[in-house]
Write a protein that binds this ligand. Structure first.
Ligand SMILES: [Zn+2]
Length: 421
């Protein structure tokens, strides 16, 4: 694992430093194609914001590697497991469940300072943070309760399936996991998201008219148009669709409606409709199903290999010294979750490539159903207001960008405007 971890860190540090240099190199002047729309101060603010986030990302990366080593090779997970065995005894289900919960709580506490620094220092410095301490504490409390209410029964179910369904447990677990994911697609927008934000029906009659016409033109039925009070926490803007079938809804951040004109909002929505028209969402979910099946099949095999545990610094619970009462399921799950990202990172250029292709398709759809010039204008405004860099490093883009750089999207749309005109 050490070699993979090193390769991982090496590539990530290299990419981030390339991105920092690319942004710094272009800080002095606005790229020619944006010279008329973005001022130098906005451009430099974006550069400083991007670099600040990347620098902190490097620190976070080093910290994450140390934590990973702490849990595995340095014996953290082994010690936690041993301690829980001594406190709770080799009780099936209870001890493994306690291990999963204890691990999650400790990891959450370790990551707390990072998230606090991001919100209250970096986002604050650039004027994006609208979060107050009481709001942060309330969020924290609510999300902990929600995760416990959902996570504990789910973890118990998975552990029980692993124990009760024999060597095909990973197939059963996959089935349960898929059912849970589909259920969450319905429950999240209607039950969970409203715990954190207010969703009000879109009031603006003329915008509503415009949006309804667009949706009718595209043959799209949604259950409702909602405005979310995103401005309570952050100045970043967004719009999205959630849900499935009859639970489908369109959500605009209030920040988006404040920043864009109605024709621009229409164009952004047309882009989102493009994702639906091209079935990107369904494809993404199907892809996730296949990947999780492959991952669970791999885990099904790894969980029976003693070297999987010993190689990662954990002594498996051997049937000989525990009377066979405590299986290693929780240990296998945790080790797998810790180590898989190291390997799957090397797949990220593929995933990012696919996602960027989808974005181009959605842009083209938006250009055909709404106005490409409006979408271009909206993109420039969103880049400016979100302080996103206009001058990324091409290799960094390949690994990390789910959306093509602004200049590429606008160039393509420009070509479409010309073709149409
Ligand atoms: Zn998109």
């Amino acid at each position: 694992m050490s070699a993979v971890l090193l390769a991982n860190l090496g590539v990530k540090f290299w990419l981030a430093s390339r991105q920092i240099r690319a942004v710094a190199r272009h800080r002095a002047s606005v790229p020619a194609e944006f010279a008329g729309t973005i001022g130098l101060d906005a451009h430099q603010r974006a550069a400083d914001y991007t670099v600040a986030k990347l620098r902190f990302g490097l620190l976070d990366l080093a910290l994450g590697a140390a934590v990973l080593l702490g849990w595995t090779l340095l014996g953290g997970l082994d010690a936690l497991n041993g301690w829980l065995l001594s406190v709770l005894g080799p009780r099936p289900l209870l001890q493994p469940l306690a291990l999963l919960i204890a691990f999650t709580v400790i990891n959450g506490l370790i990551e707390l300072p990072t998230s606090l620094y991001q919100t209250f220092v970096i986002e604050q410095r650039f004027g994006f943070n609208k979060m107050t301490w009481p709001l942060w504490l309330g969020d924290m409390l609510k999300s902990t309760l929600v995760s416990l209410a959902i996570g504990v029964p789910l973890a118990a179910l998975v552990l029980w399936l692993m124990q009760a369904t024999g060597e095909w447990w990973w197939l059963w677990t996959w089935g349960a996991w898929m059912a849970f994911s589909l259920l969450m697609l319905v429950i999240y927008p209607t039950v969970i998201a409203p715990l954190f934000n207010r969703f009000e029906p879109l009031q603006d009659e003329s915008l509503k008219e415009r949006v309804t016409q667009l949706m009718a033109r595209c043959g799209f039925a949604a259950k409702g148009l909602f405005v979310m009070d995103g401005s309570r926490r952050s100045a970043h803007a967004n719009a999205y669709f959630t849900g499935f079938g009859a639970a489908k809804r369109v959500v605009f951040f209030d920040t988006l409606l404040n920043q864009l004109t109605p024709p621009e909002v229409e164009a952004v929505l047309a882009h989102e409709l493009g994702h639906f028209k091209h079935r990107h969402i369904v494809k993404r979910i199907a892809g996730m199903f296949v990947m999780s099946l492959a991952a669970l099949a791999l885990l099904g095999w790894l969980a029976n290999q003693p070297w999987f545990y010993t190689g990662l610094g954990v002594t498996p619970n051997l049937p000989a010294n525990l009377g066979g009462a405590v299986p290693n399921h929780a240990l296998a799950l945790l080790l797998f979750m810790l180590v898989v990202p190291l390997f799957s990172f090397f797949l990220s250029p593929l995933m990012a490539q696919l996602s960027r292709k989808h974005e181009f398709e959605a842009d083209a759809y938006a250009a055909s159903q709404a106005n490409a010039q409006d979408l271009s204008n909206a993109l420039v405004k969103l880049y400016k207001d979100n302080a996103s860099t206009l001058t990324p490093d091409p290799l960094y883009v390949r690994f990390y960008y789910s959306h093509p750089p602004a200049s590429e999207r606008i160039a393509r749309m420009g070509a479409q405007v010309q073709a149409a005109g």
